[in-house]
Design a protein around this ligand. Structure first.
Ligand SMILES: [Zn+2]
Length: 164
Protein backbone atom coordinates (compact mmCIF):
# COMPACT_ATOMS: atom_id res chain seq x y z
CA UNK A 1 0.00 0.00 0.00
CA UNK A 2 1.34 3.41 -0.90
CA UNK A 3 1.05 5.91 1.92
CA UNK A 4 -0.99 8.69 0.46
CA UNK A 5 -1.13 11.86 2.52
CA UNK A 6 -4.80 12.58 3.07
CA UNK A 7 -4.47 15.59 5.30
CA UNK A 8 -1.89 17.74 6.97
CA UNK A 9 -2.58 18.44 10.61
CA UNK A 10 -0.96 21.48 12.16
CA UNK A 11 -0.23 19.46 15.30
CA UNK A 12 0.48 16.00 13.93
CA UNK A 13 1.91 16.61 10.47
CA UNK A 14 1.23 14.45 7.43
CA UNK A 15 -1.61 12.01 7.94
CA UNK A 16 -2.24 8.83 5.96
CA UNK A 17 -5.63 7.16 5.69
CA UNK A 18 -5.18 5.17 8.91
CA UNK A 19 -4.61 8.36 10.88
CA UNK A 20 -7.74 10.20 9.85
CA UNK A 21 -11.43 9.84 10.62
CA UNK A 22 -13.88 10.23 7.79
CA UNK A 23 -16.86 12.41 8.53
CA UNK A 24 -19.82 13.17 6.33
CA UNK A 25 -21.12 16.67 6.83
CA UNK A 26 -24.87 16.74 7.27
CA UNK A 27 -25.48 20.09 5.65
CA UNK A 28 -24.07 19.32 2.18
CA UNK A 29 -23.14 15.62 2.38
CA UNK A 30 -19.48 16.29 1.64
CA UNK A 31 -16.79 14.14 3.17
CA UNK A 32 -14.28 15.66 5.51
CA UNK A 33 -11.20 14.08 7.04
CA UNK A 34 -10.20 14.88 10.56
CA UNK A 35 -7.00 14.11 12.39
CA UNK A 36 -7.56 11.03 14.54
CA UNK A 37 -5.33 12.29 17.34
CA UNK A 38 -6.84 15.76 17.48
CA UNK A 39 -10.33 14.29 17.36
CA UNK A 40 -9.64 11.93 20.20
CA UNK A 41 -8.07 14.78 22.17
CA UNK A 42 -11.09 16.98 21.57
CA UNK A 43 -13.41 14.16 22.67
CA UNK A 44 -11.34 13.80 25.80
CA UNK A 45 -11.48 17.53 26.49
CA UNK A 46 -15.19 17.61 25.89
CA UNK A 47 -15.62 14.72 28.29
CA UNK A 48 -13.47 16.30 30.98
CA UNK A 49 -15.35 19.57 30.71
CA UNK A 50 -18.81 18.00 30.61
CA UNK A 51 -18.31 14.77 32.54
CA UNK A 52 -21.74 14.64 34.13
CA UNK A 53 -23.58 15.69 31.02
CA UNK A 54 -21.76 13.16 28.85
CA UNK A 55 -22.32 10.38 31.36
CA UNK A 56 -26.01 11.22 31.65
CA UNK A 57 -26.53 11.28 27.92
CA UNK A 58 -24.67 7.98 27.49
CA UNK A 59 -26.79 6.44 30.19
CA UNK A 60 -29.95 7.73 28.57
CA UNK A 61 -28.90 6.28 25.24
CA UNK A 62 -27.99 2.99 26.86
CA UNK A 63 -31.37 2.75 28.56
CA UNK A 64 -33.35 3.61 25.49
CA UNK A 65 -31.39 1.56 22.97
CA UNK A 66 -30.03 -1.34 24.96
CA UNK A 67 -29.71 -3.89 22.13
CA UNK A 68 -28.11 -1.34 19.84
CA UNK A 69 -25.82 -0.22 22.62
CA UNK A 70 -24.71 -3.74 23.40
CA UNK A 71 -24.07 -4.54 19.77
CA UNK A 72 -22.12 -1.38 19.07
CA UNK A 73 -20.04 -1.68 22.21
CA UNK A 74 -19.23 -5.30 21.38
CA UNK A 75 -18.34 -4.30 17.84
CA UNK A 76 -16.11 -1.48 18.91
CA UNK A 77 -14.36 -3.67 21.47
CA UNK A 78 -13.72 -6.20 18.73
CA UNK A 79 -12.43 -3.46 16.46
CA UNK A 80 -10.10 -2.18 19.17
CA UNK A 81 -8.71 -5.68 19.68
CA UNK A 82 -7.96 -5.92 15.96
CA UNK A 83 -6.51 -2.41 15.79
CA UNK A 84 -4.29 -2.87 18.86
CA UNK A 85 -2.98 -6.43 18.71
CA UNK A 86 -0.08 -5.51 21.01
CA UNK A 87 -2.38 -4.14 23.66
CA UNK A 88 -4.55 -7.19 23.29
CA UNK A 89 -1.56 -9.51 23.77
CA UNK A 90 -0.60 -7.56 26.87
CA UNK A 91 -4.10 -7.80 28.19
CA UNK A 92 -4.20 -11.55 27.62
CA UNK A 93 -0.89 -11.91 29.41
CA UNK A 94 -2.12 -9.98 32.42
CA UNK A 95 -5.28 -11.99 32.34
CA UNK A 96 -8.72 -10.62 32.07
CA UNK A 97 -9.38 -10.88 35.78
CA UNK A 98 -8.82 -7.26 36.71
CA UNK A 99 -10.62 -6.01 33.64
CA UNK A 100 -13.39 -8.51 34.10
CA UNK A 101 -13.89 -7.58 37.72
CA UNK A 102 -14.37 -3.89 37.00
CA UNK A 103 -16.72 -4.76 34.16
CA UNK A 104 -18.71 -7.01 36.45
CA UNK A 105 -19.00 -4.31 39.09
CA UNK A 106 -20.16 -1.83 36.49
CA UNK A 107 -22.68 -4.27 35.06
CA UNK A 108 -24.03 -5.17 38.48
CA UNK A 109 -24.44 -1.53 39.42
CA UNK A 110 -26.27 -0.89 36.16
CA UNK A 111 -28.50 -3.90 36.69
CA UNK A 112 -29.37 -2.98 40.28
CA UNK A 113 -30.32 0.49 39.20
CA UNK A 114 -32.40 -0.82 36.30
CA UNK A 115 -34.24 -3.21 38.63
CA UNK A 116 -34.90 -0.73 41.40
CA UNK A 117 -36.08 1.98 39.04
CA UNK A 118 -38.06 -0.44 36.84
CA UNK A 119 -36.30 0.83 33.78
CA UNK A 120 -37.34 -0.17 30.27
CA UNK A 121 -34.27 -2.33 29.83
CA UNK A 122 -35.11 -4.42 32.89
CA UNK A 123 -38.76 -4.78 31.94
CA UNK A 124 -37.88 -5.77 28.38
CA UNK A 125 -35.47 -8.29 29.80
CA UNK A 126 -38.17 -9.74 32.04
CA UNK A 127 -40.54 -9.97 29.07
CA UNK A 128 -38.03 -11.67 26.80
CA UNK A 129 -36.27 -14.06 29.17
CA UNK A 130 -36.56 -17.70 28.20
CA UNK A 131 -37.91 -16.74 24.79
CA UNK A 132 -36.47 -16.06 21.38
CA UNK A 133 -37.83 -12.53 21.44
CA UNK A 134 -35.43 -9.63 21.43
CA UNK A 135 -35.77 -6.43 23.45
CA UNK A 136 -36.85 -4.46 20.40
CA UNK A 137 -39.64 -6.94 19.66
CA UNK A 138 -41.55 -5.71 22.70
CA UNK A 139 -43.83 -2.74 21.96
CA UNK A 140 -43.54 0.19 24.37
CA UNK A 141 -47.21 -0.18 25.37
CA UNK A 142 -46.48 -3.67 26.68
CA UNK A 143 -43.51 -2.33 28.62
CA UNK A 144 -45.78 0.23 30.29
CA UNK A 145 -48.32 -2.46 31.22
CA UNK A 146 -45.65 -4.72 32.63
CA UNK A 147 -44.14 -1.82 34.58
CA UNK A 148 -47.50 -1.02 36.13
CA UNK A 149 -47.99 -4.70 37.02
CA UNK A 150 -44.56 -4.90 38.63
CA UNK A 151 -45.23 -1.73 40.60
CA UNK A 152 -48.46 -3.20 41.98
CA UNK A 153 -46.67 -6.44 42.83
CA UNK A 154 -44.02 -4.53 44.73
CA UNK A 155 -46.56 -2.53 46.69
CA UNK A 156 -48.42 -5.70 47.67
CA UNK A 157 -45.20 -7.40 48.65
CA UNK A 158 -44.20 -4.47 50.80
CA UNK A 159 -47.58 -4.40 52.54
CA UNK A 160 -47.38 -8.13 53.25
CA UNK A 161 -43.95 -7.71 54.73
CA UNK A 162 -45.19 -4.96 57.04
CA UNK A 163 -48.05 -7.14 58.29
CA UNK A 164 -45.75 -9.86 59.53
ZN1 LIG B 1 -3.81 16.45 14.74
Amino acid sequence: MIDIIIKICQHHGNLTIDKVVKQRLKKDNTIKYRCKFCLSQSHKNHYLKNKEKVKASHEKYRNENYEKYRKSSNDSAKKMRILNPEKEKERRKKGYSKYRKSTQIRQRRFKNKAVSELRDVYIRQRLTERSILKHEDIPQSLVEIKRAALKVKRIIKEKLCHKK
